[in-house]
Design a protein around this ligand. Structure first.
Ligand SMILES: [Fe+2]
Length: 270
């Protein structure tokens, strides 16, 4: 069933008895009430599922909580449909070619992942949302911190991480191609975030896909990097070289030419 629920939860005070009386019915079915020990909540199939963790610590005041029960246990990224919805919504806030660039990146990531023994669904979602920070306006380095903070508030930590790492294949903020338009706080968030991360194959995959994803389709890596270099006036040589190394790395994993694997000549984002 597809639905949204808006609910209010209250901390209740005991009446001095554990006896429960319920006279509620839902569509003719009587509702029962039970006490569940908080320490053993993980043993129960109970909804909303965030309560299992939430109730383990003390809370005070009013809190606004947004959760998506469709997130699979332990998964820190949304399902495909939710990711597509998030991108569409973001594009309506800040329309531009970045939307289709993201779709091309997602297509490449999914295809390469499937041929490299990685999770294609995860790769697709990470590719689709790597630039989601653009939702908040036309910023350069700012789109990195905007995306990171946005995804963290939704509980999509895996995507937040990609928002950080996709622009820095050297994990070095000084190598960023574009304007440094972040506040001190945002810059610190990016620097500290990058420090704490050990790049993995998903980080590398999205970096590679970013370097070949155009708004019209898959681009030749050198052509796209040249295009970025012309637009921004410079392109760090080490970053350039690393992108080429990434191409070789994934071609080795796939045992196939990159452009053939992602169907460069035919793929069109829509
Ligand atoms: Fe991108």
């Amino acid at each position: 069933m597809d639905c949204h629920e808006i609910a209010l939860y209250f901390v209740m005070k005991s009446r001095g008895t554990k006896e429960l009386k319920s006279n509620s019915f839902t569509q003719g079915v009587r509702e029962n009430m039970y006490w569940l020990p908080i320490a053993e909540l993980s043993k129960y199939r109970a909804f909303p599922s965030f309560m299992k963790e939430y109730l383990q610590s003390e809370h005070a005041g009013v809190e606004h909580i947004v959760t998506d029960e469709r997130i699979k246990e332990g998964y820190k990224y949304p399902l495909r449909e939710e990711a597509e919805r998030l991108l569409k919504e973001a594009e309506s806030c800040n329309p531009g070619p970045w939307g289709n660039h993201s779709r091309t990146a997602a297509h490449c990531a999914e295809t390469i992942a499937a041929k490299s023994g990685m999770n294609p669904e995860k790769a697709y979602v990470l590719g689709l949302l790597h630039d989601i920070g653009r939702k908040f306006g036309k910023r350069h380095l700012g789109h990195v911190s905007d995306g990171y903070s946005y995804m963290m508030t939704l509980g999509y930590d895996d995507v937040a991480r990609i928002c950080l790492t996709h622009s820095f294949n050297e994990k070095d903020i000084s190598k960023y191609v574009g304007n440094f338009d972040t506040t001190e706080e945002e810059t610190a968030l990016i620097v500290e975030g990058l420090k704490a991360i050990e790049l993995d194959d998903y980080d590398r995959l999205i970096q590679l896909c970013d370097s070949i994803a155009g708004a019209e389709g898959v681009m030749d890596q050198i052509e796209r990097m040249t295009d970025v270099k012309i637009r921004y006036g410079a392109y760090d040589q080490e970053k350039w070289d690393t992108n080429i190394t990434l191409r070789e790395y994934f071609e080795d994993l796939m045992g196939e030419d990159l452009y053939v694997a992602v169907d460069k000549d035919n793929y069109k984002p829509e």
